[in-house]
Design a protein around this ligand. Structure first.
Ligand code: NAD
Ligand code: LMR
Length: 334
């Protein structure tokens, strides 16, 4: 019996991240070798030629799992029947900008797209927002989506999670798959809190492994505070500084892993989800937490201890999310 295909909508498909996403999705990297896909590529008129060119190249790859590609500049058409929506299309920041500087420029995109999702997406729709400021854009889309349950909307902090693992592999001289339990709390911004207090390497607490490697606990804590946390939190700016433009392949990879693990299930990763009040975060904010999935959507891992310093860092990032929410309210967009 033929397997039915899953409709995946990608906004900003003619842009940099779009180009890094499409071919891997069509090759089966996101949903696996047994799930064919139909791709819906949404662009604005200026981006249509780039998206159409990508569609021609997709055809030239003759991917067995790719059942259909449609390019459109109409959000209603793009989200009709959509089961997985990847909201990438937005302006990226340049050197010297913070992601929140994009609030006004990009906020106008996500309300209308949320409405289109509410109007026509499939009943099992799940959305990941990549376009910055990702958390607050996800809040806007979720709010505009009418009857679609808010918990179907998430924002990407898997890139930050992977960056944290990458820094630890270098510091501890281990492989990425030997590290478990890293967590990103808060906003996808420089205020985020990359947390290793529940993380282990080969089953040993990361703090103990760092203490062993650096000589004493004081040095281990200083490395975490002065190197690890700021490096991960500001890695987006570092990439912009070195490359001259924002991250692309690593962002696309993280978005694929976010959707793959949400759909296939995972015991632990990081994602920004709509708060239901967990850890005291105001309800409705789209906030990053450690999460798990049984295949039916991300849920916050509850019951973790956060010491006073950790809680202060997390609360600073949550305050920024509150300020972003209030700013879009003032703009009249929320
Ligand atoms: P890009 O400029 O190369 O591509 C963006 C594309 O979006 C363009 O082709 C543009 O035409 C299109 N677009 C703009 N408005 C649109 C709309 N209303 N509907 C559909 N398409 C629209 O940028 P990029 O490098 O691909 O980055 C895209 C976004 O992803 C940026 O906001 C960037 O900051 C963000 N980003 C987020 C993360 C993360 O971890 N959350 C990581 C990297 C980049
Ligand atoms: C990133 O983290 O690389 C992206 O959010 C792009 C940016 O503006 O930092």
């Amino acid at each position: 019996m033929a397997t039915s295909s899953t409709t995946v909508t990608i906004t900003g498909a003619g842009g940099q991240i779009g180009y890094a996403l499409l071919f891997r999705i069509a090759a089966g990297d996101m949903l696996g070798p047994d799930r064919p896909v139909r791709l819906r590529l949404l662009e604005i008129p200026q981006g249509m030629r780039a998206a159409e060119g990508a569609a021609l190249e997709l055809q030239d790859c003759a991917f067995p799992l790719l059942h259909d590609v449609e390019v459109t500049d109409n959000a209603r058409t793009a989200f009709e029947g959509c089961s997985i929506g990847m909201l990438v299309g937005a302006r990226p920041r340049g050197p010297g900008m913070e992601r929140a500087d994009l609030l006004a420029a990009n906020a106008g995109i996500f309300g209308p797209q949320g409405e289109a999702i509410g109007a026509g997406a499939a009943s099992d729709v799940r959305i990941v927002v990549v376009g910055n400021p990702a958390n607050t854009n996800a809040l806007l889309a979720a709010t505009a989506a009418g009857d679609v349950p808010a918990d179907r909307f998430t924002a990407l902090t898997r890139l930050d999670h992977n960056r944290a693992v990458g820094q630890l592999t270098e510091a501890l001289d281990v492989r990425p798959d030997e590290i478990d339990g890293v967590a990103i709390w808060g906003n996808h911004s420089a205020t985020q809190f990359p947390d290793v207090s529940h993380a282990t390497v080969r089953g040993v607490p990361v703090v103990d492994a760092l203490t062993e490697r650096l000589g004493d606990k004081e040095r281990a804590m200083a490395w975490l505070d002065d190197s690890f946390i700021p490096r991960v939190a500001k890695r987006g700016a570092e990439i912009i500084d070195v490359r001259g433009s924002s991250s692309v392949a690593s962002a696309a990879n993280a978005a694929i892993e976010h959707v793959r693990d949400e759909q296939a299930g995972t015991a632990w990763t990081s994602a920004a989800v709509v708060s239901q009040g967990e850890y005291g975060v105001p309800e409705g904010l789209v906030c990053s937490f450690p999460v798990s999935s049984d295949g039916s959507g991300y849920r916050v891992v509850e019951g973790l201890d956060l010491d006073d310093r950790s809680r202060a860092r997390f609360e600073a990032s949550v305050s920024e999310l509150v300020a972003e929410r209030d700013a879009v309210r003032e703009l009249g967009i929320l």
